[in-house]
Design a protein around this ligand. Structure first.
Ligand code: HMG
Ligand code: MG
Length: 299
């Protein structure tokens, strides 16, 4: 298949990145990060998460983050919502879009959201209904699509079944997450081929963590399958709770560099993203996870 002419990059650094950062970061600084990213040309930024603060303390204060945003017209500010309680809080905070999240593995579902896959889908039904009534688009995530920390290999058919359910209940897009970054390009191609039989390709996104250094190769493999939406995190913010010291989401800067080289449009200013990544890395006292940012610094 020909490569897409343009790609939509979903910036998940303020959510997927910061939820895994050890250093505490204030509401003001979280909002500053989102505001800086909004000036880079993103159409969609995941700005927070309305989950239990007992489960994910780093995402406490997401309502205050939304209240502190300087909204840029044309930018959609999204939030993760595991249940109706989370959706109502996200709606009150002014989230433009929300995301529900399921897993392709039963064990991961239990450890992440304390219920089975089937129960999670049941919990999403009232979220979908409330979102429809409020006119809020819903994105769906499937985690562990290329492997699970507890169950190992995951069959593409299992992922396809969960993705089909999310799509059938009204998710406008389903993002397939390689949560522990174990996938390789061949497995990625097989996965998207299997899931595209159940959900239109135009409504699928790729969400790759770079734990094993395969994320860019997997994105290229997904591009070859016709996928045109990818999630990424400025400076590769985040880590992996299942592999100490491992990297987080693929760095937005590195994905942008790859796409630029392929002549694929994104509407996002790479130099600006690099500057944002350098600043937030300094503030968090962590190494910048973007190879492109590191290379630019050296000249
Ligand atoms: P639970 O303990 O089973 O929930 O947690 P519960 O309904 O029994 O309620 C227990 C308490 O939680 C109650 O408070 C509720 O009010 C509260 P208490 O009476 O004890 O004081 N509660 C909430 N508080 C705030 N916001 C809410 C909410 N719901 C209940 N929405 C629950 C179930 C789903 C809430 C919990 O397991 C949870 O919050 N999990 C979140 C886990 C998470 O955020 N993981 C990271 C995001 S997923 C991810 O990163 C993967 C992704 O990036 C893709 C990929 O990489 O694969 C998306
Ligand atoms: Mg993730």
């Amino acid at each position: 298949m020909a490569l897409p002419h343009s790609v939509r990059l979903v910036e998940v650094g303020p959510r997927d990145g910061l939820q895994n950062e050890a250093s505490p970061i204030s509401v003001i600084d979280k909002a500053r990060l989102v505001n800086e990213l909004a000036a880079c040309g993103y159409a969609y930024i995941e700005a927070g998460s309305f989950v239990s603060p007992k489960w994910v303390p780093q995402m406490a204060g997401s309502a205050e983050v939304f209240a502190s945003l300087q909204r840029v017209p044309g930018v959609s500010y999204g939030a993760l919502t595991p249940n109706l309680q989370g959706f109502e809080a996200a709606l009150a905070a002014g989230a433009d879009e929300v995301a529900v999240f399921a897993a392709a593995s039963e064990s991961f579902s239990q450890r992440n959201i304390n219920c089975s896959i089937a129960q999670s889908l049941e919990r999403f039904a009232p979220v979908m209904a409330a979102a429809k009534a409020a006119g809020v688009p819903v994105r769906g995530y499937v985690s562990c699509v290329l492997g699970c920390p507890y169950e190992g290999a995951i069959a593409p058919a299992q992922v396809a079944a969960v993705a089909r359910e999310l799509h059938a209940m009204g998710c406008r897009e389903v993002s397939l997450g390689d949560t522990i970054g174990v996938g390789t390009p061949g497995a990625t191609r097989n996965l998207f081929q299997a899931v595209a039989r159940e959900v239109p390709l135009a409504q699928l996104a790729g969400h790759f963590h770079d734990t094993y250094g395969q994320a860019l190769a997997n994105i290229y493999a997904a591009l070859l399958e016709g996928v045109s939406v990818f999630d990424s995190s400025v400076a590769g913010l985040g880590g992996c709770p299942y592999a100490r010291g491992a990297s987080g989401n693929v760095a937005s800067e590195d994905v942008l560099y790859l796409l630029q080289g392929l002549g694929i449009q994104t509407g996002i200013d790479l130099d600006r993203v690099i500057a944002v990544g350098e600043r937030i890395s300094q503030q968090l006292g962590r190494a910048n996870g973007s190879r492109v940012a590191q290379a630019r610094r050296c000249g």
